[in-house]
Design a protein. Sequence first.
Length: 483
Amino acid sequence: MVFSSIPFLFFFLPLCLILYYLVPFKVKNYILLVFSLVFYAWGEPIYILLMLFETLSDYTLGRIMDKAADGSIRRKMCLALSVIIDLSVLGFFKYTDFLIESVNAFAGTAFTPLGLGLPIGISFFTFQTMSYTIDLYKKEVAVEKNYFYYLTYVSMFPQLIAGPIVRFSTVNEELHERKIDFEGFIQGGLRFLQGLFKKVLLANTIGSLWEVIKAAAFASTGELSVLSSWLGAMCFTLQLYFDFSAYSDMAIGMGRMLGFHYLENFNYPLSAVSVTDFWRRWHISLSTWFRDYVYIPLGGNRHGELKQLRNMFVVWFLTGLWHGAAWNFILWGLFYGVLLALEKNIWGKALGKLPGVLQHLYAMFIYVTGFVIFVFDDMGQLGHYLKIMFGMSGAPVVNADILWYLRNNFLILILGCIISFPVYPWLRGKLRSAAKGNGGLSEMITRETFITILRSSFYIILFFLTTAYLVNDTYNPFLYFRF
């Protein structure tokens, strides 16, 4: 079940919210837990047992760790065992077949892959459970004594499948006491609708164009031009951004409706002016997780340039591997590791002196190229597409196809480009400044109310448009579900 599906929008979510708001506060977590487990079981009921095993292990080890003395062997053993269990489960289900296939390819062996199904969202909830025990070991959070509350934290359906990666420190107090009111419900609902619009009307539509261009790149008849290949790469970039950020918007919105305040996961990354800036804005919960739990414990930038480079490459190798069990993801991670190292040590200062437009174009060239590496898990297809992009395949620089692509998708592409930059926050700030700068308090409140009503009406219209689109369209993937 995905957030942009008819069953979720018109059955699961309304029923959950109705029951959640009707019951007393002490029952709300249990209502949320039941609905979260049903949500997960909708697609893979057997893997609920896996989640229960991980959470029960980490909960039990956390309780033992909490009672152990600081620096004691028991405390260290609990942390080590917790991390080993979490990583072993993740590694077994996500990477076993990849390892077998890689050994077969390099050694000429014929071991049979296990054919394991990947539990949905395992990379996300495993990192959440690990962050809990690590933070508990460092005494940055208090132990959770109620197992069902801990299970609720891990399994909450808004963030269970594709993030954001919510740390226990973000929601531990709200698990026990949180403000649930009409304002939060409205603000959360509007944020959810914003994500739904981005997913259905932008990600799906632009993604359909990407599928057409990708098919043309490997068609036996006709040739994809260089410019069309770059248009396709930009389409996938927009699709992935709107798809993933939409999920985060909907997760944050639903969390707000339930009384939880999740941290932001995206900050207009396509407006970045460097690779470093891009990764401060893209999938923030993942990049900060690796910073706090891998990069800094390895020594960060405290022990000289060589060790700093080592630490960076370890982090970016793991970042690529986290995204998927395929060589293209490892290559994608190392691609960014190299570029970040070069920015930090060689051309970062010179880049900062360039005009802003050139900085944007540089960053855009990098992340668009990077997402081409990201999308093709077949290395032969990846090489073929990159050859087209960089004029090494003999394909024409331009042909009539690009005119067809643009003529039929011009408005949605322009809309996508505008929304991917912080135009809306800028306009909203201007409107509020104008409201505050003219008239008295009563007039300002009236204008603020008018802006709120206008915004709400706009999102309601978008809801009906997206619903109509969902009813009539079958292309509705969620790209990050496979991670």
